[in-house]
Write a protein that binds this ligand. Structure first.
Ligand code: PLP
Length: 456
């Protein structure tokens, strides 16, 4: 059956009848009817009514290589014929997972030689929770169990990931967080900075909240600090340059593992291969997913620094894993994807050309609006925030009313950007060209003008 064998209305009706969507108010979605997406190519999508849509979000921040790569489809087809499935439990392996692991050791900085595979970012985060506790047990410090993360951070939807995340609206459903998780404030100058405080000083103060929390809990009870290099779903919160080196210093001082959640920042999003390289720190472990396969198939993992890996290897059984850890078809596609990101110079292009170009044009496009502030970004991840008063940094009363209004106007103009609260966020496929950036921003400016008129 072709992807458009039914009419749009039939798809909508059947969708409403049988499908509960993630992160959706199903009542309102069913009243409006879903948009039916049928095709993708480059940075563009097409819906069942023939509309061409610019995907300013690379799906869910994941289609780094862009849509429609026939070479990835061919790799998947071939691998399904050769070996559709085998597991990596019980002393077995297969060529595709070995090749992917070897390639990952090449694209990461020296000192990260091992990877543990999962199927998603959330599973990677849950793996981290168990792995750091196991690490400290092997080290003879089983009391070091608590993980510290940030309010407004996002670490996935499993019980562990949602607990570690700092989204209170997620905690309210399902009695989260689980025990053994603590949160500190986010390093967002717009919201947390003091009048007259420099961004550099704010970065140090935001990092000091970690030290305070460690002292409150007791360093002998803290296993790890986990943070996204740039908070993604929280609204692309980019910490001041002083923040991460200070976090690293504090973790080392108190013998606490530093974990970067690179699910969004990884695989070139910031122009460097990983977000921690951009900010100049070395996590003991880091999570990966999304850009690892550019979303072509589900696969994630945890990249483990050498000292932690040595300890785990010497520590005996780690009783953890998934039926599809290192799935051969996902591994083959991820390998082809990562090789293309490297060998076609896609990550390098973000660093040297399209990233700086986007950042310059993004600031020119949105810097002059009366109600838009904190126009920010790195590489090909960027945002701005709607505020009632730029000078006083006063926000609008509803926490996401203006963001949602603006997002819907973008959507009507066939441009996908995301509203995270009142921050408008964009993270397009990394293959976007300068011409496509110009076209995307010209539509976006029109939409922001329309939104601002409605605020008067
Ligand atoms: N960690 C971060 C930083 C994320 O942004 C996400 C998803 O957006 C996750 C973890 C969860 O990944 P997944 O949705 O693949 O489970």
């Amino acid at each position: 059956m072709s992807t458009t064998a039914r009419s749009t209305n039939e798809y909508r009706e059947l969708d409403a009848a049988h499908h509960l969507h993630p992160f959706s108010d199903m009542g309102s979605l069913n009243r409006q009817g879903s948009r039916v997406i049928v095709k993708g190519d480059g940075i563009y999508l097409w819906d069942s009514e023939g509309n061409k849509i610019t995907d300013g979000m690379a799906g869910l921040w994941c289609v780094n290589i862009g849509y429609g790569r026939k070479d990835l489809a061919e790799v998947a087809r071939q691998q399904m014929e050769d070996l559709a499935y085998y597991n990596t439990f019980f002393k077995t392996t297969h060529p595709r997972v070995v090749e992917l692991s070897t390639l990952l050791a090449e694209v990461t900085q020296p000192g990260y030689q091992h990877v543990f595979y999962t199927n998603s970012g959330s599973e990677s985060v849950d793996t981290v929770i168990r792995m750091v506790r196991q690490y400290w047990s092997i080290k003879g410090k089983p009391g070091k169990k608590t993980l510290i993360s940030r309010w407004n951070g996002y670490h996935g939807s499993t019980i562990g990931g949602a607990s570690l995340g700092g989204m209170t609206y997620m905690h309210e459903q399902g009695d989260l967080p689980i025990p053994g998780i603590a949160h500190i404030g986010q390093p967002w100058y717009l919201k947390e900075g003091r009048d007259g405080e420099s961004e550099a000083d704010f970065g140090l103060r935001a990092a000091s909240w970690l030290e305070e929390k460690i002292l409150e809990i007791g360093a002998d009870k803290v296993a790890a600090f986990v943070g996204e290099p740039i908070l993604g779903a929280g609204g692309v919160i980019i910490p001041p340059a002083s923040y991460w080196p200070e976090i690293e210093r504090i973790c080392n001082k108190y013998d606490i593992l530093l974990v970067a959640d690179e699910v969004i920042c990884g695989f070139g999003r910031t122009g460097d291969w990983f977000g921690h390289e951009h900010f100049g720190f070395r996590p003991h472990l880091f999570t990966i997913a999304k850009g690892l396969s550019s979303g072509y198939l589900p696969i994630g993992g945890v990249i483990i620094g050498d000292e932690v890996a040595r300890t785990l290897i010497e520590g005996g059984d780690f009783n953890h894993g998934f039926t599809y850890s290192g799935h051969p078809v996902s591994a083959a596609v991820a390998h082809a994807n990562v090789r293309a990101l490297r060998d076609e110079g896609i990550v390098e292009q973000v660093k040297k050309d399209t990233g700086p170009y986007m950042q310059k044009r993004w600031r020119e496009a949105f810097g002059g609006f009366e109600h838009v502030t904190d126009v920010r970004g790195v590489g090909l991840i960027q945002a701005f925030t709607w505020v009632k008063n730029k000078a006083t940094r006063e926000m609008f009363a509803g926490s996401d009313d203006v963001g949602t209004l603006c997002r819907d106007i973008f959507f009507k103009h066939n441009l996908i950007m995301r509203a995270c609260g009142d921050s408008m966020v964009s993270a397009p496929p990394l293959i976007i060209t300068r011409t496509e950036i110009d076209a995307m921003l010209s539509t976006a400016v029109e939409c922001v003008e329309q939104t601002e008129k409605l605020l008067q």
